[in-house]
Design a binder for this molecule. Structure first.
Ligand code: GUN
Length: 280
């Protein structure tokens, strides 16, 4: 039987500690503020954005939302980002992805001032992460590291396997784990014999966006499994990228969906906003 990693509880504790830090900043007349930009009305994005605003409210971080229509031009989006870069009351800027077709997500991320890039998606922050320098670390990878540390799961010397090579999760997580001296392999859609690789993992991270992709025969007994997936099934149920019910009989630690990685991502976003406010 495995131990279920309680991301919800861990995230709550992080938010509580941040609330105290925000109060201290306010006493020093620094009022952390996050600006969130969303273009169009992607259903999943709306839910993510709502959860981010709720977390800000709980912690005492000011929150500003900019909802732009689907037909927004790239120049208009860049103009707004520039305005927020120059607004001294705004400490963190987040452009929710995906953006509608025709808008360049990379260009938008790159337009955000690296000092306000609380998502950690700007090339400067990504470069600094590669060099193991202080930077904004993207929130999902950061949350995963915090979960492993909270449960005293060794990273140094561990064989870590990540399934999925996205710019938001897979790639930055590989760098985070490498910076902590894990031996890291990143698998993706072109990887051959994936099961042979995943079975070697002490830490296996599923971040590919396919419901229940990781099955019991793909994991080593006693491994730690981190499930980044959030897939809505036809019956409305949320499932991760792993076959949780069967895996939990075999592995040592596993994250549930929901209540695992998701809340940690938002907690680490709050952490980055507070960090931005302290630094600027
Ligand atoms: N879309 C899905 N996850 C994220 C995230 O962490 N940040 C942004 N900006 N967009 C996302």
């Amino acid at each position: 039987m495995s131990q279920i990693i309680d991301g919800k509880e861990l995230a709550r504790n992080i938010r509580l500690a941040l609330k105290d830090e925000v109060n201290e900043l306010k006493n020093a007349d620094i009022h952390p503020k996050l600006a969130v930009v969303m273009v169009g009305d992607d259903k999943a994005s709306k839910i993510y954005v709502r959860n981010k605003s709720k977390a800000c409210e709980e912690i005492g971080i000011e929150y500003e939302e900019y909802l732009l229509p689907e037909k927004t031009k790239m120049s208009e989006l860049l103009e707004l980002i520039e305005k927020l870069n120059n607004d001294e009351s705004v400490y963190g800027i987040l452009v929710q992805s995906p953006l509608p077709d025709g808008l360049d997500t990379n260009e938008a991320f790159q337009a955000i001032s690296p000092q306000k890039d609380v998502d950690g998606f700007h090339p400067i922050n990504i470069g600094k992460l590669s060099l193991n320098q202080d930077c904004f670390v993207s929130c999902t990878p950061y949350g995963i590291i915090k979960m492993l540390e909270a449960y005293n799961i060794p990273i140094e010397g561990a064989r870590a396997v990540i399934i999925g090579r996205s710019n938001i999760v897979g790639k930055p997580l590989a760098k985070c784990l490498l910076n902590k001296n894990a031996t890291v392999t990143v698998c993706h859609s072109k990887t051959k014999n994936i099961k042979e690789i995943t079975k070697q993992a002490d830490i296996l991270v599923a971040a590919l966006g396919k419901p229940k992709f990781v099955t019991q025969d793909m994991v080593k007994e006693g491994a730690t499994v981190i499930d980044v997936g959030i897939n809505r099934m036809d019956d409305g149920k949320l499932v991760g990228d792993t076959d949780f019910e069967n895996l939990k009989e075999k592995v040592a630690y596993i994250t549930p969906v929901p209540g695992g990685v998701g809340p940690m991502t938002i907690a680490m976003l709050m952490y980055n906003v507070v960090k931005a406010a302290k630094h600027q």
